[in-house]
Design a protein around this ligand. Structure first.
Ligand code: NAD
Length: 358
């Protein structure tokens, strides 16, 4: 593998703990000459506010953009809860996604069958579950203008703008098609076209782009129904294509099917760069106690090998190692309240397993 430069954001609260476990794996792969990865650290969120009084600096954004891939742990800390929007930790993440033009978010939702009993659903509903959520990441109500607060006849009003352009819907739909063609050729596009103009444009555009792809089965589903169906019968889905806001909510709901939010990775892509991060946040309630599950972070590293470095071999080894460790009955506290291993021990077990498979 040629030399790769990755930029790592440990971020806030539990971020540094799970970053340590991913770095153990990178170091091992480098030492055993399976990779040649150079990594550099940067600050985002509260970590950046602490040092620079900004949730991310221009210099950091540029360094991240020039790297081959970005690995990010988690952003957010209650310390800055009362800051204005631009000075909140999470704003740094939104700016980073926008700066890197990461319009594609990929969230695979799969179940380690060893863990099916930890799901909030009956095991027959989720055994062998394997779906992927393709979420548009830099449009929608999170970025639409105008936004803000105003006074309407003495009543304070908060407002945002939900919007999508045809070109934004087109490019994310094309990506969903590429993914669907490699899977079971079934796309469920989520919207709220019965009440929202923005969703009507979404639906019309998806239909137009799908013309000529009669080998893919396309279904449109209102977001309220999609929320219900994910809980009722998740195995009906293959690829879920969704706008930013609906995808944010549906993907967290779907994560519960797998047993713990601490298990699921994500990838965010542009045409030129990928950023890989667990789907969970910074979990301030458990930070510093050694009880965090590092698996979502480790699987995010696996996604980096899969999507950016074209190293399916390493992605497979990491995933198999996680599966083997879970199958051997080792769990962090989110999965086993009384009999659990620490974050550090889980990282070591996975690394041992990787060493055996390499
Ligand atoms: P969260 O995902 O941090 O935590 C939700 C629950 O899941 C908590 O009980 C937490 O302890 C648990 N949890 C999360 N990750 C875990 C792990 N790896 N192992 C074990 N348990 C885990 O969501 P939240 O509590 O709503 O938000 C906390 C902070 O994170 C906020 O500041 C929020 O804005 C931020 N956040 C950041 C991201 C991100 O960085 N992409 C995503 C969501 C939330």
């Amino acid at each position: 593998m040629s030399k790769k430069n990755i930029f790592i954001f440990p971020g806030d609260e539990i971020g540094p703990e799970i970053t340590t476990e991913a770095i153990k794996i990178i170091d091992f792969l480098n030492e055993s000459k399976m990779t040649d990865i150079h990594y550099e650290f940067g600050d985002v969120g509260g970590a950046s506010l602490d040092k620079y009084n900004k949730p991310i600096t221009d210099e950091t954004l540029e360094k991240a953009r020039k790297s081959d891939a970005v690995l990010l742990a988690s952003v957010g800390t209650p310390k800055y809860d009362n800051n204005t929007r631009e000075l909140k930790p999470e704003h740094g993440l939104l700016v980073l996604r926008k700066h890197l033009n990461l319009y594609i978010n990929i969230r695979p939702i799969f179940v380690f069958n060893t863990l099916s009993e930890f799901s909030s659903l009956k095991s027959e509903l989720i055994n062998d579950l394997d779906l992927v959520i393709i979420r548009e990441l830099i449009g929608d109500v999170y970025f639409g203008e105008p936004r803000g607060f105003k006074d309407v006849n003495g009543d304070k009003v908060g407002y945002n703008t939900m919007q999508y352009s045809e070109s934004e819907v087109q490019r994310i739909t094309k990506f969903a098609i590429d993914i669907a063609l490699k899977r079971n050729k079934h796309i469920t596009s989520v919207d709220k076209a019965n009440v929202l103009e923005c969703s009507q444009l979404w639906r019309q555009t998806v239909d137009r782009i799908m013309e000529g792809h009669s080998n893919i089965d396309l279904q449109h589903m209102y977001v309220d129904n999609a929320a219900m169906q994910i809980i009722k019968n998740p195995k009906q889905f293959d690829v879920i294509l969704t706008p930013n806001l609906f995808g944010d909510i549906l993907s967290d709901a779907a994560s519960m099917l797998t047993g713990s939010i601490g298990l699921l990775p994500s990838a965010s892509l542009s045409e030129t760069i990928g950023m890989f991060e667990p789907i969970h946040g910074s979990a301030p309630d458990i930070a510093g106690k050694g009880v965090v599950n590092p698996i979502a972070m480790i699987l995010s590293l696996a996604m980096m090998f899969e999507y950016t470095f074209d190293r399916q071999d390493l992605a497979r080894i990491i995933k198999k190692s996680v599966d083997d460790v879970l199958e051997s009955g080792y769990f962090t506290k989110d999965l086993s309240q009384n009999d659990y291993i620490t974050t550090n021990e889980m990282g070591d077990k996975i690394l041992e397993s990787i060493k055996k498979l390499c």
